[in-house]
Write a protein that binds this ligand. Structure first.
Ligand code: ADP
Ligand code: MG
Length: 459
């Protein structure tokens, strides 16, 4: 059919398609299609960038596309796919998601390495990652894994609070292997993995889903704590894990909490996650924070004096993302003002962030809220009279933290928990002595303190 008509019909079909499948899948498979004209009446020619798009679409999406055309009021149209040579040449690395198809495509083009997963931020490289005491171990482990994927430590499990560089680090691993041409890399968030799995279930494409995830050389799953309570995704991931592991493929996972603290995670997954190396990232110390700010200043070509960087590093202690945000804020203000910033001006500019940094640590309620969220219990459980272990223990942890991190007296802490001062004292002693022998608990407390913004006093 003639070009204008083809485009118009395809546009209508896309309206249906975009409502029928997830934006992710739509973008990946349908968004790349262009309707073009031909001289066959009743035929719609759809141009795709390369041969494996064609194979994949024919194999999996043809019925759906037909349906979309019917919905668009076009009953009797035949569909033909055409590979557009120009588009094929323009694509140096195939950006399709299905690993097996990509593999074929890659073989055709003589590529050894490609990305089967989500987008990697080009700034998240090892070069841009500042190493300091807080992340030396995680960084070294990541490098070791990249040098020897599937052999050094498998799986590698990296945990730590938000904004501490987990995503940066695992994306750096992915980019390094891609650059070296070491096979198929798949970076994905646990949430995207979950959605993709659900979608595959609904559309009866489980086989393709499995094929994809079981043909990967480096699987990077970000924020695996998202698996908490998701029974069937856990089940599926268990098999993905086993299949990759048995084939000595590398698995890297990140989490915002230690493995033992991911609620409702099947025991067999817990044990597998512990098979390899577990490493924690902590908040950067003052020197590292300054080094990170200097690096960003250079990268972003920002003009800001060292004194200003120090001020920011001293005041923003809990989260590197906030550190970056503060730098940008200060920098844009300085460039507007056209003169160096004084500490008073910085303090004013960053007042919200600074207040947050100081505040959370200081209120008993803030601690209760954070601990409840962390252990996935209700805030009300902090003050309730119930004593099942899954509530009693977090409550003790919260009391411990209140005693350690606030200036409140024992009776007033007790009061806030609906208890007396003796209970708080007991909780404090009991958690304190458990920490001496229980490394996991020590890590939990440290990471809670970090979240509360008080784990790293300035200087
Ligand atoms: P997480 O995944 O742990 O929440 P991110 O990896 O997203 O944290 O890091 C937050 C921001 O801080 C990102 O912009 C990242 O580039 C930056 N960042 C974190 N750690 C470092 C580091 N060691 N060196 C340089 N930048 C870092
Ligand atoms: Mg992250």
């Amino acid at each position: 059919m003639e070009a204008n008509k083809a485009i118009e019909i395809w546009k209508k079909a896309c309206e249906f398609l975009s409502s029928a499948i997830s934006p992710d899948i739509y973008g990946r498979w349908i968004g790349v299609i262009e309707a073009v004209g031909d001289d066959m009446p009743g035929q719609l020619t759809l141009s795709v960038p390369n041969g494996f798009y064609q194979d994949w679409l024919e194999e999996h999406y043809l019925p759906l596309i037909h349906k979309a055309l019917v919905v668009a009021g076009e009953q009797n149209i035949t569909i033909t796919f055409a590979v557009d040579g120009a588009r094929q040449a323009a694509e140096d690395v195939p950006s399709v998601s299905n690993a097996s198809k990509k593999e074929e495509g890659a073989k055709r083009k003589g590529l050894k390495s490609y990305n089967a997963g989500g987008v990697l931020n080009p700034r998240h490289t090892f070069d841009n990652f500042v190493v300091g005491a807080s992340n030396t171990f995680a960084h070294a482990a990541a490098l070791a894994v990249v040098e020897n994927p599937g052999r050094a430590y498998n799986p590698l499990f990296i945990h730590g609070g938000t904004g501490l560089g987990k995503t940066h680090l695992i994306q750096a691993m992915g980019q390094t292997l891609l650059k070296r041409g070491k096979g198929t890399v798949c970076y994905t968030s646990c949430e995207a993995f979950t959605n993709e799995f659900i979608q595959a279930l609904q559309q009866h494409e489980l086989a393709a889903f499995r094929k994809k995830y079981r043909h990967i050389d480096l699987l990077l799953i970000d924020d695996i704590h998202f698996l908490a309570g998701k029974e069937s995704t856990q089940e599926e991931f268990f098999h993905t894990f086993n299949s990759l592991y048995e084939n000595q493929k590398q698995i890297v996972l990140t989490s915002d909490r230690p493995i033992s603290e991911i609620s409702n995670l099947q025991k067999r997954l817990v044990s597998r996650f512990e098979w390899g190396l577990v490493t924690e990232m902590e908040m950067a110390d003052l020197e590292t924070r300054v080094a990170i700010l200097r690096r960003k200043r250079e990268q972003l070509n920002i003009r800001l004096a060292d004194e200003a960087l120090f001020f920011i590093a001293e005041h923003v202690r809990s989260n590197i993302r906030k550190l970056e945000g503060s730098l940008l804020r200060a920098a844009s203000y300085a460039s507007l003002m056209g003169k160096p910033l004084t500490n008073e001006m910085l303090e004013y500019l960053l007042r919200d962030t600074i207040e947050q940094e100081n505040q959370t640590a200081l209120t008993v309620e803030g601690i209760q809220r954070m601990v409840a969220e962390y252990y996935d219990i209700r805030l009300g459980d902090m003050t309730s009279k119930q004593r099942p272990q899954n509530i009693a223990f977090p409550r003790q942890v919260a009391m411990y933290l209140c005693r350690e991190m606030t200036e409140q007296s024992l009776p007033s802490i007790g009061n806030a928990f609906g208890r007396n001062h003796a209970t708080v004292l007991h909780a404090h002693r009991s958690v304190g002595s458990k920490m001496k022998t229980d490394v996991g608990l020590r890590q939990t407390i440290l990471s809670l303190q970090q979240r509360l913004g008080g784990g790293n006093a300035p200087g």
